[in-house]
Design a protein around this ligand. Sequence first.
Ligand code: NAD
Ligand code: UDX
Length: 480
Amino acid sequence: MENLYQIKRICCVGAGYVGGPTMAVIADNCPEIEINVVDRNVERIKSWNSKDLSKLPVFEKGLSEIISRTRDKNLFFNTQIDFAIENADMIFISVNTPIKSIGLGAGQTSDLKWVESCARQISIKAKGHTIVVEKSTLPVRTAKTIKDILFASEDQLAVNNKKTFSVLSNPEFLAEGSAISDLEEPDRILIGGEDSKSIDTLAAIYCKWVPLEKIIKTNLWSSELSKLTSNAFLAQRISSINSISAICEASGADVYEVANAVGKDSRIGAKFLKPGPGFGGSCFKKDILNLVYLCNFFGLKEVANFWESIVNINQWQQDRIYKKIVESLFGNISGKKIAILGFAFKAGTNDTRESPAITISRNLLIEGAELAIHDPKVQSEQIASSLEYGYEIKESDSQDLITNERRWRFYKDIYKAAEDSHALIIITEWNEYRELDWEKISKKMYKPSWVFDTRGILDKSNIQKYGIKIWQLGDGSGND
Ligand code: NAD
Ligand code: UDX
């Protein structure tokens, strides 16, 4: 134990989808450590402190139980960022790192302004020795930027020997929807760094519930790059099977049969071979674009092109689904009501970031459709911000400008959403969509009624028997 730093207080900057659940699981397993999760977003912190646990800002199975066990015992959510930093022995940087929207590298690399401001705040406020942990997913060599900022203040104060830092990379591999089980039983914990005492100190925290053999210790750059590579490999599998879904539709094959047969090869494996409307979520696209940017930076154009094609296929998949819908509805959806079932980027989460539902809905709105949107977990305000954010309307579409916001409505009741609709599109694979009363729905919809199942979760014959036409992704049986 004398080879470890003593960690009494942890501060996590960023109370988002990663910071909140990750710190909750650490708090649950390390009751002797006080953890302050801080955020500049006052509303988010209020939600984390909400007495009604259904109002937590992040919906994850098992999260509310952990929060009720730990909150205000050794886990605290607050906005006192300076105070939490000053008192922390270890600080996790868990802030957002979205793709830059303007300036150099816009649309390609992560915007690190939140990471940088966080590092500056730590450099000013930290006291004594502080272990600073990169939890956010970052472009390779960001630890260098963080170190430069931190060590600048360390140098200034070296005379009094008042503050010192070590920087670790400890990327998070949780997936939304299964965050708590991913955190409680991770495949691996990755810690990159240069200072073995700090690495061992962080490893000792995880050792409270993670078997030692799952903890990988490596250098900073390998750790940062491993995170980007893991996400790129996962996304690559999805784009691969999605590309095959199109061949299936054209050739008469069935993508689920193909995925099953391919996944049975133990060298390939069955996971991440589910075809769908394209990957969403805050990570895959951003992290691949970061990898592409890095490749271009190092002059590796062919490698950059290879990874960029994964993102291109993803976009193409979303576009081809939207085109299929328009073509099936006689090439005209103007004024037609279309029900969108599912707005979250996957089942089990209330997160809509990069959800295929956004692209598909926007395209349908541009074509003039009226959307009836349902999702069991996503709030209507969230849908509004997803649909309107960055939505550019050409001058010639000025009529749409007035009505765009009103041409979609949020429905709590799936059957009301289906009422008078011409088509129903399954975008998120929520369980409630698997067990719908199709007889009831068939009576409410316009004829011909269409169902587009982008997740392959519906029983086709059970829908066809009520006279509804159905298109399922990757189903080529219509060619027989
Ligand atoms: P998020 O947007 O949900 O949360 C980030 C939070 O940080 C926000 O609440 C924001 O207000 C806060 N913040 C930003 N700058 C701040 C500052 N200077 N001081 C205080 N608070 C600040 O993001 P997230 O989904 O939790 O992702 C965080 C990081 O983790 C990203 O780098 C992401 O790529 C990575 N990651 C995300 C997931 C995931 O499933 N969401 C999984 C693994 C890794
Ligand atoms: C991902 C990584 O899985 C996780 O390790 C990392 O820490 C963050 O990014 P997340 O985006 O939360 O997690 O969810 P994930 O389950 O990976 O799904 C991402 C997207 O891919 C979703 O839109 C999902 O519907 C889609 N997907 C996933 C498929 O289309 N097919 C699959 O087989 C798996």
